[in-house]
Design a protein around this ligand. Structure first.
Ligand code: ADP
Ligand code: TYD
Length: 195
């Protein structure tokens, strides 16, 4: 079973993904695998560098994220799912739809390209939060970035995620204004239904 966490930067999804992994690991006899995208592989490293130096063109960015994901699926996600593990992933191809879509690429085309090779998650927990609140949370981390430009992008990305939640049957919307424990309880409630 593949479970994905999505949301804008600073929404609280990594916190929730880590808590879900801990909760899943508490039950004996179950293999739980955690991973994230972009990965630490060559394509992911190139992408992360581009975020702090010079951003790639939207098409180049799409290509790098897809290359990174192809490797991730072949080397880690595919084999873990084949073994019957529960795989929890922090960001997946819906981030490509939302972020590269926000840069002008066709969301439906990006979705189709990814679903041609990447396994579809059983559930996607979308942690939704107003971009200004998310930016305040990560202001220390956002450091030298142009915050206005960032806010504008995050607004578009949030809307793209909400559109996916409306159209994709596997999305579960989590209100990111809740406390860490409230969100976790909602996610655990949903997982109990799925397991
Ligand atoms: P993301 O992975 O979406 O970027 P994180 O889980 O790293 O977000 O959280 C971003 C920041 O917000 C961290 O400093 C984290 O401690 C804090 N945070 C996470 N969840 C909440 C919450 N429910 N309420 C307030 N702050 C939170
Ligand atoms: P990363 O260094 O992993 O940051 P974080 O720990 O905050 O998630 O970089 C993730 C960034 O990459 C984030 O801003 C979202 C973006 N991204 C895309 O634009 N497209 C994608 O397909 C993915 C997976 C991430």
């Amino acid at each position: 079973m593949l479970i994905a966490f999505e949301g804008i930067d600073g929404s609280g999804k990594s916190t929730q993904a880590a808590m879900l992994v801990k909760w899943l690991e508490a039950a004996p006899g179950r293999e739980v695998v955690f991973s994230k995208e972009p990965t630490g592989g060559p394509w992911g490293t190139k992408l992360r560098q581009s975020f702090v130096t010079k951003r790639l063109s939207p098409d180049e960015e799409l290509q790098c994220f897809v290359n990174d994901r192809r490797e991730h699926v072949a080397q880690l996600l595919g084999p873990a799912l084949a073994r019957g593990a529960i795989v929890v992933i922090d960001r997946y191809y819906y981030s490509t739809v939302a972020y590269q879509g926000a840069r002008g690429l066709d969301p439906a085309g990006v979705l189709k390209l990814n679903e041609s090779f990447a396994p579809r998650p059983r559930a996607v927990f979308l942690v939704d939060l107003e971009p200004q609140v998310a930016l305040d949370r990560i202001s220390a981390r956002a450091g030298g970035r142009d915050l206005l430009e960032n806010l504008d992008e995050q607004l578009k990305v949030r809307e793209a995620f909400l559109e996916l939640a409306r159209t994709q049957g596997n999305f579960v919307l989590i209100d990111g204004r809740q406390s860490v424990d409230q969100m976790h309880a909602q996610i655990v409630g949903e997982m109990k239904r799925l397991l």
